[in-house]
Ligand binder design. Structure first.
Ligand code: HAM
Length: 423
């Protein structure tokens, strides 16, 4: 019997890889424009790292981690998210001495034993950002603007929801108000909420049960409990988002599924993926570095779920994105084939993705092959074209074809063709 992949674990097949690469390259490009540097961290960490950062009473830690004891008897966990590992690496390697603000990103697989469904996997991929060393509200806006810019450049839309979770000085009063609110309804709530109402009351607002959520409609709002400092910070974030013309809604019920957040939190939501609508999310975590034994450095970040971005994009017209090849070179006759081979190499040296047929197929079959291999253009070089120093360039999408005049010197052909197709 053949062996199948585990439930919630997915192969990414060659036909889909074009979209993955497009998303990753576009994102990396935006990251670099925002001054981010890449960091690569391990997929396996000591379990304690996630328990101490994400929080003992979160769904992730209580129910979703891939945790096991390794051969040395150490409890280890496949990382369920990237922030904890990046902060550990930042502290362990003393990255704070490189400069006051470190702007880092990492891309890779994460693991959560959730119930698989559309847009929810057990192994999924995140592109995740951590900016460490500044508590300026402008950084919060810059980080959200970066996420916004990525979506824009990928060609997707989402709505931005923001909230402030306050800080260590104002959150206790909110917690107390929430506990009072829960107390009178406790018997109507699910077991998790009943337990969390004493251990970690904020967590109840993150409950996935519709029944509990209906109870929380009239729950106290964190935005009514913020201290002056948190109010000013949040006000500045809203003002600067407005000045960048980034639309947003304040959602005072958004507490996020991880315990490390302070002040600004945000989620990018789409309605096009059913119940798994968050395509990116993050927030500020000013106490996290110190909590893990590092200096008192504030931080903010976010992560985008690549599977969800790919799904959204694959529901749309992908135009130029999915072209696996820039050009397929179609030739007719031995001479054109031999010249075409040299031209293909020159075009590749110019940076184009080019293929041609080596099996002596008819022109009609070569055109079919160009289509099958998802070439953007077909470049047609026959005996007549060779004699006249010209090639026919066919846009495989629009079907439009034009004749390009080429210079007398063959060596200059590749540059002229490249210029013509402007890739
Ligand atoms: P998160 O909200 O848990 O935040 O995950 C961020 C994104 O990862 C989600 O918005 C979603 O797109 C994607 N995602 C999460 N779980 C799954 C899943 N099971 N299947 C597919 N996609 C999923 C964090 O992980 C934080 N570390 C983000 C952050 C970075 N905050 C500060 N810095």
């Amino acid at each position: 019997m053949s062996i199948k992949a585990l439930k919630g674990f997915k192969d990414i097949l060659p036909d889909e890889v074009g979209l993955w690469q497009f998303i990753e390259q576009t994102t990396r490009d935006v990251f670099h424009r925002y001054g981010l540097e890449e960091i690569k961290v391990p997929t396996l960490e000591k379990t304690e790292l996630f328990v101490r950062t994400i929080g003992e009473s979160t769904d992730i830690v209580e129910k979703e981690m891939y945790t096991f004891t390794d051969r040395n008897g150490t409890s280890v966990t496949m990382r369920p998210e990237g922030t904890a590992s990046v902060i550990r690496a930042y502290i362990e390697n003393g990255l704070y001495v490189r400069g006051s603000v470190q702007r880092l990103y990492t891309i890779g697989p994460m693991f959560r034993h959730e119930r698989p469904q559309k847009g929810r996997l057990r192994q999924f991929h995140q592109m995740s950002v951590e900016v460490l060393g500044s508590n300026s509200a402008m950084i919060d806006t810059e980080v959200m603007a970066m996420a916004w810019q990525i979506l824009k450049e990928i060609g997707l839309q989402a709505s931005l929801e923001i909230n402030s979770l306050g800080c260590t000085s104002c959150r206790p009063a909110f917690k107390a108000a929430l506990q009072e609110f829960i107390k009178v309804r406790i018997s109507y709530l699910c077991e998790d909420c009943q337990r969390r109402s004493t251990t970690n009351p904020l967590r109840v607002l993150d409950c996935k049960s519709d029944h509990c959520q209906a109870e929380y409609v009239s729950a106290p709002s964190i935005t009514d409990h913020l201290c002056d400092g948190c109010c000013d910070h949040f006000e500045k974030v809203r003002q600067t988002l407005e000045s960048l013309k980034i639309p947003f809604d304040v959602n005072p019920k958004m507490v996020r599924g991880l315990d490390y957040y302070t002040q600004t939190t945000f989620e990018l939501i789409t309605t096009e993926l059913g119940s798994q609508g968050a395509i990116g999310a993050g927030g500020r975590y000013d106490g996290l570095v110190r909590q893990l034994g590092g200096p008192g450095v504030p931080g903010i970040g976010f992560a985008m779920g690549m599977e969800r971005l790919v799904m959204l994009l694959s529901q749309k017209e992908q135009g130029e994105i999915l072209h696996a090849l820039d050009l397929f070179l179609v030739t007719q006759g031995d001479k054109a084939y031999e010249k075409g081979f040299v031209l293909m190499q020159a075009l590749r040296a110019e940076g184009l993705r080019v293929m041609m047929d080596h099996e002596g197929r008819s022109m009609k079959n070569q055109m079919k092959q160009a289509d099958k291999q998802k070439a953007w253009f077909a470049l047609i070089l026959g005996t007549r074209e060779l004699e006249n120093h010209e090639v026919a360039l066919k846009d495989m999408h629009s079907g439009e074809q034009e004749l390009i005049e080429l210079p007398l010197t063959f060596e200059d052909w590749a540059a002229v063709i490249k210029d013509k197709i402007k890739i």
